[in-house]
Design a protein around this ligand. Structure first.
Ligand code: SF4
Ligand code: SF4
Length: 286
């Protein structure tokens, strides 16, 4: 491992987010990457560097690496990365499935993406304003027939609830695991989502707090961030995946921008064991 210390995932950690690319081949109007300005980093490290950095991680079977974006398949070494992550790390993928699935099926072993979890390892987001269900369904079925576990998730944006519910019915009839997903954020003056800390995402004030995360957030440049807000707004990172000394720390850190949190960090959701009531971060006020 050439002088890079193993990164031990703390007991408390729940999620390892690997943002291979924050670029996307779609443009959803409610994309959470643009919750504020979307000033996120555009540079990417190579597949070889990703493999070097990720293979330092020592995790547990129920805390996989989740390859995501943007659209993770836009990384030119997407398949190389999947095929070279060490066997004892589990892999999940969040994608819009707009990639060359024939090549994927040919080059990736479905057993590599088949951990035992109460949800599919390849989770596809369905966005009716940008995607054609008549194309998505055969693609998802093709992946399933090839042995991959694929689930489709539809965001219940207030303007698209009906379309998502129709897609849910159609997909389930065809044997595709379709799950509705709560819309997070603001629309027409209303806030959507269930959040533990009132006002945290409202962007109306900035307050100092102490914040502790249960997640590892690695951006496309290999930089590690405290939270999704810091990633999307390009705040100073707390480390780099290729820094030989980098370690995950299960500690509270000072944050001065409480009030501008990203919904992903503050939302009440299910944890990796599908238990409801979890939030990614814990916040205290001095
Ligand atoms: S597919 Fe996801 S990442 Fe891409 S624009 Fe839509 S919401 Fe954003
Ligand atoms: S308080 Fe909000 S913005 Fe600050 S570190 Fe925590 S989640 Fe991120």
């Amino acid at each position: 491992m050439t002088g890079l210390k193993p990164i031990i995932v703390p007991k408390n950690s729940n999620y390892l987010a690997v943002f291979l690319s924050l670029s996307c081949n779609m443009k959803c109007s409610y994309c959470i990457n643009y919750f504020e300005e979307g000033n996120f980093p555009k540079q990417r490290i190579s597949g070889a560097d990703w493999v070097k950095g990720l293979n330092r991680i020592v995790s547990r079977d129920d805390v996989p690496l989740t390859l995501q974006g943007g659209e993770p398949s836009l990384h030119p070494d997407f398949i190389y990365i999947i095929n070279n992550i060490k066997e004892d790390l589990q892999i999940d993928i969040l994608t819009n499935l707009k990639f060359d699935v024939d090549r994927f099926i040919k080059e990736v072993d479905p057993d590599r993406l088949n951990r035992n979890a109460p949800y599919a390892n390849i989770r596809v987001s369905y966005h009716p304003e940008q995607m054609d269900l008549d194309q998505l369904i055969p693609t998802a079925l093709k992946m399933q027939d090839a042995g991959f576990r694929v689930g489709v998730y539809g965001v219940l944006h207030p303007t698209q609830t009906e379309l998502v519910n129709k897609a849910l019915k159609r997909c389930r009839e065809l044997g595709i695991d379709f799950r509705p997903k709560e819309f997070l954020g603001h629309y027409n003056g209303n806030t959507y989502g269930t959040f533990l800390y009132p006002g945290a995402i409202d962007k109306k004030f900035e307050k100092e707090c102490l914040c502790r995360t249960t997640e590892l957030i690695i951006g496309p440049s290999g930089d590690v961030y405290r939270c999704h807000h810091d990633l999307y707004e390009n705040f100073p990172p707390i480390g780099h995946i290729l820094d030989p000394e980098f370690q995950m720390e299960d500690t509270f850190q000072i944050c001065k921008v409480y009030g501008h949190c990203n919904p992903c960090d503050i939302k009440i959701k299910t944890n990796r064991l599908q238990q409801y009531g979890h939030t990614s971060v814990e916040i205290n006020f001095p």
